[in-house]
Design a binder for this molecule. Structure first.
Ligand SMILES: Cc1cc2nc3c(=O)[nH]c(=O)nc-3n(C[C@H](O)[C@H](O)[C@H](O)COP(=O)(O)OP(=O)(O)OC[C@H]3O[C@@H](n4cnc5c(N)ncnc54)[C@H](O)[C@@H]3O)c2cc1C
Length: 430
């Protein structure tokens, strides 16, 4: 592998196997198969199931989970090294049992679900038998969840849900939806919202349309209407009023896992850029000989490696603290950095490919759109920068008096006073 971040020899062997397996068996699926979430598709069963079996035999199935949940429990650093490989292919996460949004949904059911809920939803999700959807964003409010209005009202021993959600990814293939709703409008949204597990075929759940991104007329992001959707009390996930805590558990993991996989996409664009630079000829030789091409390559490599180290460091911190809340700042930094490095490297690679780069015969336009979408999905960049800055600023106190702590005359005066005797300095003279 071109990467250089050593792990133990036994795990390295698994990574090397995954690298080769993804290259030869999985990446080609991206070019011939459609949606990785349609698990009823007979081609899925015929082609993908045997590949999943090989992954299981190698001990690499659902690696984002701890052993108690059927995963290998390698931790986030090792997962990052694996995800750097899986991110090369749209199909690889499904083949390795860690595709979003199912991975995040499984994580919160594991954390907050009752035994009954785990039996009904978690097991088949972990076994890759069903798909799920996370239904939080509303058409009129996404970044600010306090604006959500979808409401669940108690009715006898159950609840009735009414409202609209959109960008519920993969809702059309989902067996169940995790829906975030207002259960008590009289308290702050942070205490008044709850999560429900709703089977997708519950009467009153309608997919108004499946929203596409980019040029897609129809896509996989469900615009859903919930109309008098009646669910039993046992559908509540976690505590009543506990939606925010649950959402944070889910989104923390999702954000860092997206970032790990993005490294692979950035690397892919970088490799294509370098290959083009040494191949494409101009009057004065290959593009690679031109300094402005060299600058593009140097800038891209630096940005890619900086991003990768930020991701690995954050993964290491998650392993150390075992608590996403303690690495909120670091995850926010990763999430804010992700779309920019992805966009900038892809844009340079695309540019160096000239007309071919903007054509539909290369993957760059899709990658650029992916970078744009990743700057919005799981919260826009601005929100993560605000979180990061606020967390960083917590470590700082306002200075007393007029001068900042870096003010040189003040510091010099203090230093002179301290060493006055030894150095025979005049105190007070700065
Ligand atoms: C590909 C994709 C998949 C998604 N999948 C899901 C899913 O499965 N389930 C789900 O529930 N949702 C999903 N979403 C929705 C996503 O979570 C929201 O789009 C996101 O939270 C932003 O909300 P919004 O689109 O309403 O944008 P808005 O909240 O309207 O924000 C628009 C823009 O306003 C600016 N802005 C907003 N707030 C601030 C602020 N505080 N400070 C400064 N600027 C600000 C930013 O520039 C932002 O991009 C997905 C989105 C995408 C693109």
């Amino acid at each position: 592998m071109a990467w250089d971040f050593e792990t133990d020899p036994e795990y390295q062997e698994r990574l090397d196997w995954a690298d080769e397996f993804v290259r030869t068996e999985v990446e080609p699926l991206d070019l011939v198969l459609g949606d990785p979430y349609d698990k009823a598709d007979p081609r899925y069963i015929k082609i993908v199931r045997p590949l999943q079996q090989q992954v299981r035999e190698r001990g690499l199935w659902a690696c984002h989970l701890g052993p108690e949940l059927g995963g290998a429990g390698y931790g986030q650093v090792k997962l990052a090294l694996l995800n750097e490989i899986l991110g090369r292919s749209r199909w690889a996460p499904s083949v390795f049992g860690c595709q979003a949004p199912d991975s995040g949904n499984a994580e919160i059911i594991a954390h907050f679900g009752t035994e009954e809920q785990k039996k009904k939803y978690l097991r088949p999700l972990l076994d890759g038998e069903i798909s799920s959807s996370y239904s939080m964003t509303e058409p009129h409010g996404g970044s600010d969840p306090t604006l959500f209005t979808t409401r669940a009202v108690r009715d006898g021993d159950g609840w009735v849900i009414n409202g609209e959600k959109w960008f519920s990814s993969n809702a059309k293939h989902a067996e169940f939806l995790i829906v975030m709703v207002v259960t008590n409008p009289d308290v702050s949204a942070y205490q008044g919202m709850s999560m429900f597990l709703v089977p997708a075929d519950t009467p009153g759940v309608t997919i108004v349309r499946n929203v596409g991104v980019g040029g897609e007329r129809e896509g996989s992001h469900g615009y859903l209407r919930y109309e008098d959707v009646r669910v039993p009390a046992e559908s509540l996930l976690g505590e009543e009023g506990g939606a925010f805590a649950i959402a944070q558990t889910r989104l923390g993991g999702g954000r860092i896992h997206h970032a790990m996989r993005t490294i692979a996409q950035v690397r892919k664009a970088f490799d294509m850029m370098c290959e083009r630079a040494v191949s494409r000829q101009t009057r004065s030789g290959p593009l690679a000989r031109l300094q402005m091409t060299q600058e593009k390559i140097a800038d891209s490599w630096i940005e890619m490696e900086q991003f990768r180290l930020l991701v690995l460091r954050t993964a290491w911190l998650i392993d150390k603290h075992q608590d996403y809340k303690k690495v909120r700042k670091d995850i926010a930094a990763v999430k804010a950095a992700l779309p920019k490095v992805f966009h900038d490297v892809v844009q340079r690679a695309m540019h160096l490919h000239g007309a071919l780069g903007v054509s539909g015969e290369m993957p760059f336009t899709g990658m650029l759109l992916g970078a744009q979408a990743l700057g919005i999905a799981d919260g826009p960049t601005e929100v993560h920068k605000i979180t990061l800055a606020r967390q960083l600023l917590k470590d700082y106190e306002p200075v007393e008096g007029m001068w900042p702590s870096g003010h040189l005359p003040t510091r010099r005066a203090a230093a002179r006073e301290r060493y006055a005797e030894l150095l025979e300095l005049e105190v007070g003279n700065t």
